[in-house]
Design a protein around this ligand. Structure first.
Ligand code: ADP
Ligand code: MG
Length: 352
């Protein structure tokens, strides 16, 4: 094949926006995750997630957080506009989930975004409609308590291939979302979560409901159930002066089935993340004591914000630790002590 030299020209802004948006919002769970994280960043103590047809028609997240002030309405959904980060070095001391100002703008490019919001200083709420580039196109007054509702209709309608896949795999996407919401409901203290799904015939089912307890223990009992909780033991490890790990792990004889690695939740400073290397260490050690099962794991790493980088993948699920090997080694030693101290006895009857 003969290839002729081509002219290089810039891609249109709108096309770039759509291409990039599809990388930030990969699926239903990453879309809803962004909205839930915005609600948590806004200090909400109540977050309600509603889905229509498992999220295929629309989904919305309703919070009682601080709301959005009218000065911000015009820039709210513009790409890389954020209230959370001003300087690059702010990344090192970041305590919010968001910082890139990409979620709302990406959702505009992928579906139809509307927002209803009210701050404590406003007597009424405002309903906002945005176009696919995140430009505010309509604004009207409405009634609402203090807080914010973000609604997305027809996610992925602007990406034909993804849209088809989305509809085809909607049940699987929904399952992934519920498991992700469980992670936030487990770790967020003092935040009430409700998630409901309404199907075509207006049958509404409650998928998740928590009371907003102040303790991880109560959250585990609400989200995973008392039976599951009774098979766990608390873990507290001091990895270094500034790093500690707290949470719960299956007791050695009371794991979680024979081959299914689910109900394993890892958090860094309360942020749900994927930690494949940590997961490997925990599973290996557990299976040294109980070769027939996997453990349920709920572990939160409290570490200084300057020691890790969360700006690795668009969905922020991957983390780079500056001293990862030391952390893994200390974790291995700590867990070895726990599992060698506990009474190793496996019984099929004890399987949860
Ligand atoms: P980021 O979270 O990275 O800042 P987003 O696109 O998710 O980017 O949100 C843009 C901005 O909109 C946020 O910085 C925040 O100021 C505001 N915002 C979004 N959702 C909410 C909410 N539920 N409550 C209050 N403010 C919100
Ligand atoms: Mg955000």
């Amino acid at each position: 094949m003969v290839v002729e030299a081509q002219i290089i020209k810039p891609i249109g802004k709108g096309i770039v926006h759509r291409i990039c948006a599809g990388q930030v919002i990969l699926d239903l769970s990453s879309a809803v995750k962004e909205l839930v994280e915005n609600s948590l960043d806004a200090g909400a103590t109540s977050i309600e997630i509603s889905l229509k047809d498992f999220g295929e028609q629309w989904f919305q997240v309703i919070d009682n957080g601080c709301g959005i002030s009218p000065n911000n309405f015009k820039v709210l959904a513009l790409k890389h506009h954020t209230s959370k980060l001003a300087e690059f070095h702010d990344l090192q001391s970041l305590t919010t989930f968001g910082f890139r100002g990409e979620a709302l703008s990406s959702l505009c490019a992928l579906g139809n975004l509307t927002v209803e919001t009210r701050t404590a200083s406003e007597p009424v709420a405002t309903h906002l409609t945005f176009d696919s580039s995140g430009v505010l196109v309509a604004e009207r007054k409405t009634a609402r308590q203090i807080g914010t509702t973000v609604m997305v209709k027809k996610l992925f309608s602007s990406l034909p291939v993804r849209s088809k896949e989305f509809s085809r795999n909607i049940r699987r996407e929904y399952g992934k979302l519920v498991s992700l919401l469980n992670a936030y409901a487990l770790i967020a203290k003092g935040v009430r979560f409700v998630c409901t799904n309404t199907t075509g015939k207006n049958v509404r089912s409650v998928v998740l409901k928590t009371q907003g307890s102040g303790s991880l223990k109560d959250n585990i009992i609400t989200v995973l159930g008392m039976n599951t909780f009774s098979c766990l033991e608390p873990v507290t490890l001091s990895i270094s002066d500034s790093c500690k790990v707290e949470g719960f792990l299956s007791k050695s004889g009371q794991g979680n089935g024979r081959n299914l690695v689910d109900r394993q939740y890892f958090f860094v400073n309360g942020r749900p993340v994927d930690m494949p290397k940590v997961s490997k260490v925990v599973n290996e050690l557990y299976r040294g004591a109980n070769s027939k099962q996997y453990p349920i794991v709920i572990l939160n790493f409290t570490v200084p914000t300057r020691t890790y980088d969360v700006n690795v993948t668009p969905d922020k699920r991957k983390i780079f630790f500056s001293e990862e090997n030391a952390l893994l080694q200390a974790l291995r030693e700590g867990l070895q002590q726990i599992y060698s101290a506990s009474n190793v006895c496996y019984s099929v009857n004890e399987v949860v």
